[in-house]
Design a protein around this ligand. Structure first.
Ligand code: AMP
Length: 118
């Protein structure tokens, strides 16, 4: 799948539409999900054109892969989620119901999250 520069997270990265930003560094931008599924629900997106985890893991440099996931960890720590725990989700493709074609990691926490799938 080729990258669609018109997707909503691309627009957020370019500053064309607003987001509730909670963190930004050279690798990643993190902001609140507009439809939170838990008391804490943050999306972390890479600063690059990757359609999904599969694209990112295949095509990003080792330095970018490490930097991005280090940012995800730092954001979870900054949110105070380390002690009680949190869940990371990333959806790739149709069976996972990926709805935005820019790679993103959901950070979910703030309550007991229960079973992996409903
Ligand atoms: P996924 O289904 O994994 O592709 O997740 C996409 C997520 O993006 C959903 O949880 C949406 O609620 C969220 N979302 C869509 N548009 C926005 C937006 N403009 N700002 C923040 N979150 C959004």
């Amino acid at each position: 799948m080729s990258y669609d520069k018109g997707n909503i997270f691309a627009k957020i990265l370019r500053g064309e539409i607003p987001c509730k930003k909670i963190h930004e560094d050279q690798y990643a931008l993190a902001f609140e999900d507009t439809a939170p599924a838990a008391p804490v629900h943050i999306l972390v997106i890479p600063k690059g054109e990757y359609t999904s985890f599969d694209d990112f893991a295949t095509n990003a440099t080792s330095e970018f892969l490490h930097g991005f996931f280090a940012s995800v960890r730092a954001i979870a720590a900054k949110l105070g989620l380390n002690e009680n725990g949190y869940r990371l989700i990333t959806n790739h493709g149709a069976d996972a119901s990926q709805s935005v074609p820019h790679f993103h990691v959901h950070i979910l926490g703030g309550r007991k999250l229960g079973a992996l799938l409903p």
